[in-house]
Structure formats: C-alpha cells, structure tokens
Design a protein around this ligand. Structure first.
Ligand code: SF4
Length: 390
C-alpha cells in the first residue's frame, strides 16, 4: 500500500475500471473475479469512489480530462443497474469526461436487459463490448459460460434498440470440441449481426483453471498449432472480407472504429486503472492494485491507495515493450514516434536486427512503420522475442 501518489507523470487521458464480480466463474478464466453479492457490491462501490477521490483530489490544480474510459472485469453488467449508474456518476464527479470520449463497457450476454442498456446509453456509454465467445451452445457449455447463443443475438439486438451504434463482439477459437467448420459458421453468424468491431482470440489454457485440468486429464484433445493457425487465418479472411479490417493481431474494426482505449495499451502509453487487481502505467512507473476485495477495501479505509506494488520501468524494458506491443498493430510500430519517445532510432537501439528480419521476410517497413508480414504473423511471438533485452 502507498500513501503518497507518484505525481511525477503527465495525467493520462485513459481510465480503466475493474469490476471484480461475475455471476459464475468460466472454466477457462484466470482473471480476478469473485461471486457477486449485493453486500460486496455496496462495499466495492464505496471503495471505488474513495479511490477515485484520492487520485482526482491529488491533482486539484489540474483538470483531469479523459478521452477514453473502459469499464471491464469481471462482469460489469452483473452489478445492479443502480451500481453501474453509481460508477458512472463517480467518474463524472471526479474526472472530466471529454464530450468526444470513447466510453466502453464490457457486457456478458447473460446479464443485460433493455432497461440497463438504455440507462447506460443515456449515461454516456457509447460502446458495448459483448462477450459472445461462440455461437454454439456446446462450445459455450465447454467454456462454462452462463449464456446461450440465442441470448447473444437477443442482447445484440437489445443493444441496438437502446441506441448502441458501436458494438464489439468477443469470439474465441481453439476451444476443445470446436471444429474448424463450427468456427467458420460462427464467424458467418456474427458477421451477419453487423458488429462494428470483433475481437477474435485463440483460447489460452491457463494452468490452475478447470479447463486446463480437463485437458491435462485427457477429457479433451485440443487441436494442434496448425489447426489454431488455420482458424486464425479463417478469421482474418472472413472478417476482412466483411469490411472489418484487422488492425491488431486479434482485433478487427470498421475503418475509424478501432478501440481507442486498447490502442493506448498497444502504443504503450499511460493509463490509470482503478478497482481491485487493476494495473496502471503512469509515465515510467507501473502500479498494480491489491487483488483481494477485503484488502483493497481495508487500504482505502485507512486512507491509503490500494496499491500492492509499484516499479520503475527500466528504459531497456520500456523499449522492448513498445516494440513488442507496436508489432501487434497491423500498421506496425511508428518509427518516428519511437525515436521521439526514446531519443534513439530503432536501428540505434537494435543494430541490424530489424533489417535482418526484413530480409528474412518476417517484417516489412512501410510509411515509416515496422510491421509483421503475413509470414511473420504466423510466428509473431518468436519475431517479437528477438527484440527482448539480453
Ligand atoms: S465472465 Fe469473463 S471475467 Fe467472468 S469468469 Fe467468465 S471469462 Fe472470467
């Protein structure tokens, strides 16, 4: 826990709020989330308000203006409608949300209703990220999701009726039992709904999760790397064919509707994260909040920020992270911006490396950006690892 704020940074224009509750834990999930109860919700909302007051109050001579807000989790929409309204009012009380801000909330299709969606839209939320994950009920059951595909379609339509004209749909491939045909059909169905944005991630089997144990125990036979890669490229082709341009390794959007909040992460820029387990990047410092709700609340009760750890980001790590994250973007790493930020060119920081990867066909340089080629995309992690500090 820390009592003093690290005030040697420019105020970031991006705010992330972590809501640490879910209706039920999904079988693959290792995010920090707890079962929801009205009492815990009340305590959490009071704590979050205090945390916002501590941060915003520390910069009282400056206006802290936000151009992106992202309420994620966990499942924000498992809070009561009044609870979600309280978070938005607290943000409005303590920060200045720019009129042109992108304001996203994550929603689980099993937990939305027309009144909630209308309230969110009225309160200024202008982007909904819907955790569909799959269009097949069998796959949803394998993942331990609480919703069915029919609920996804209904939630999507309700969101449109509530006035959301910027909806993102999350999908997952490489799920045990999911065939390549299931995946293609799912892409077609989601494209048919007409979302403005799609995130399509390969399932990561996280040690310690029930799904990991099931695979280890031989209950499921996961598809190999070749199948994952084929599913990845099927998504690229289907989504781009529908006009949703891939702008990041796993993210697709209609032109101009890329997620501005997530672009802050991929550009390795600053943001403030509030709530249990939230992380922040402020200038050259990284902060991690306490994970446990009781510890988070106790810190705030004693007037301290609920920060578990903070560290200074070493220049070599900062350079590597900026390259690593920049290469995730389809446009690539902005080389001019890199030089401005670090006072050294990429060629100066990594003599000969980018040129060698360009010669090997893994990277390309275009419009002063360094990006992965289609060939490099297939082995992206290996290419990015070449830039790791020794
Ligand atoms: S809804 Fe999301 S955060 Fe909650 S358990 Fe499932 S995957 Fe994890």
């Amino acid at each position: 826990m820390i009592d003093k704020l690290p005030l040697t940074f420019d105020l970031p224009a991006s705010l992330y709020i972590h809501v640490p509750f879910c209706a039920r834990k999904c079988l693959y999930c290792d995010f920090v989330s707890y079962p929801h109860s009205p009492g815990d919700e009340r305590d959490y909302l009071a704590g979050l308000e205090r945390e916002m007051a501590l941060w915003a109050g520390s910069v009282n001579n400056q206006r802290w203006t936000l151009s992106t807000v992202f309420i994620g989790g966990g499942t924000p929409t498992c809070l009561s409608p009044g609870g979600l309204g309280e978070i938005i009012s607290s943000i409005d009380n303590h920060f200045e949300v720019s009129p042109k801000a992108e304001f996203t909330i994550e929603a689980n299709p099993g937990t939305v209703n027309p009144g909630m969606l209308a309230d969110l839209r009225r309160a200024g939320v202008n982007r909904l990220s819907l955790g569909a994950q799959s269009c097949h009920d069998q796959t949803l059951r394998a993942l331990g999701r609480i919703h069915t595909h029919a609920r996804t379609v209904e939630s999507f339509q309700l969101a449109r009726e509530a006035g959301f004209d910027n909806i993102s749909v999350d999908l997952m491939f490489g799920v045990p039992g999911q065939s390549p045909e299931d995946w293609l059909r799912c892409l077609e169905i989601i494209i048919g709904l007409g979302p403005e944005h799609v995130s399509a991630y390969g399932l990561q089997l996280e040690p310690g999760t029930p799904l990991y144990a099931q695979v280890e125990g031989g209950l499921w036979q996961p598809g190999g790397e070749d199948m994952q890669l084929a599913m990845y490229y099927a998504a690229v082709d289907a989504l781009e064919g529908a006009g949703l341009r891939r702008y990041e390794i796993s993210n697709y959007a209609l032109p101009g509707l890329e997620c501005r909040h997530n672009l802050v992460y991929w550009r390795n820029d600053s943001y403030l994260g509030l709530g249990p387990a939230a992380h922040s990047r402020l200038g050259n410092r990284r902060l991690a909040n306490l994970n446990r709700l009781d510890e988070y609340l106790a810190a705030l009760d004693s007037g301290s920020l609920p920060v578990l750890s903070q560290e200074e980001i070493k220049p070599a790590d900062d350079i590597f992270e900026t390259v690593f994250l920049g290469l995730r973007l389809a446009a690539g790493l902005n080389l001019e911006r890199f030089q401005r930020r670090f006072g050294i060119s990429l060629a100066g920081a990594y003599p000969g490396l980018a040129e060698s990867l360009v010669t090997r066909g893994m990277l390309a340089i275009e419009n002063n950006h360094l990006r992965l080629t289609r060939c490099g995309l297939a082995v992206a992690n290996a290419v990015m690892a070449e830039f790791a500090p020794i």
